[in-house]
Design a protein around this ligand. Structure first.
Ligand code: THU
Length: 157
């Protein structure tokens, strides 16, 4: 028997301006993407933006439904759109997420377990890290270098 300890590394920024220009731009895309959110039930508007290896940005937002489980998070909407629209380039550099609560205040949204599983499969397919950029409250941000850090032991076939 052996006990294994996992370590994860991530970066915290006290303002967007501290981040690299590519991540700042991607967060702004995620904020823009909130405009497409359809969230009449939770009133929690989430935008996501995926940066493809060729520089293209594809946006997604959460889409809810009266049959609650039929809705989809912003992260999966964005990455499924990217995979559908650009199947020849399933190679993603980063994904940014920006949420706004019912009062309209920007706040933290960390990807749910199902989104982590989906993102982990695309990361494993491309063979290099997919960076996750989270806009937090008060203009702060967190950057996690790889989806594997967010979901160790993800399911794969
Ligand atoms: N949601 C996202 O789109 N992404 C997250 O990271 C967390 C939650 C959505 C799902 C639902 O429409 C609403 O936010 C409240 O859970």
């Amino acid at each position: 028997m052996k006990t294994v300890k996992l370590d994860i590394k991530y970066s915290e920024y006290s303002s967007l301006e501290e981040m690299c220009p590519a991540d700042q731009a991607l967060v702004r895309e995620a904020i823009e993407a909130q405009k497409g959110s359809y969230a009449p039930y939770s009133r929690f508007n989430v935008g996501a933006a995926v940066l493809l290896e060729d520089g293209t940005v594809i946006r997604g937002s959460n889409q809810e439904n009266a049959a609650y489980p039929s809705g989809l998070c912003a992260e999966r909407t964005a990455i499924f759109a990217a995979s559908s629209q650009r199947p020849e380039l399933r190679d993603y550099e980063a994904l940014a997420i920006a949420a706004r609560d019912a009062r309209g205040t920007l706040c933290e949204a960390s990807p749910c377990g199902a989104c982590r599983q989906v993102l982990a499969e695309y990361e494993s397919l491309q063979g290099h890290p997919l960076r996750i950029v989270l806009l937090l409250a008060d203009g702060r941000a967190r950057v996690v270098p790889s989806v594997a850090d967010l979901l160790p032991f993800s399911f794969a076939m």
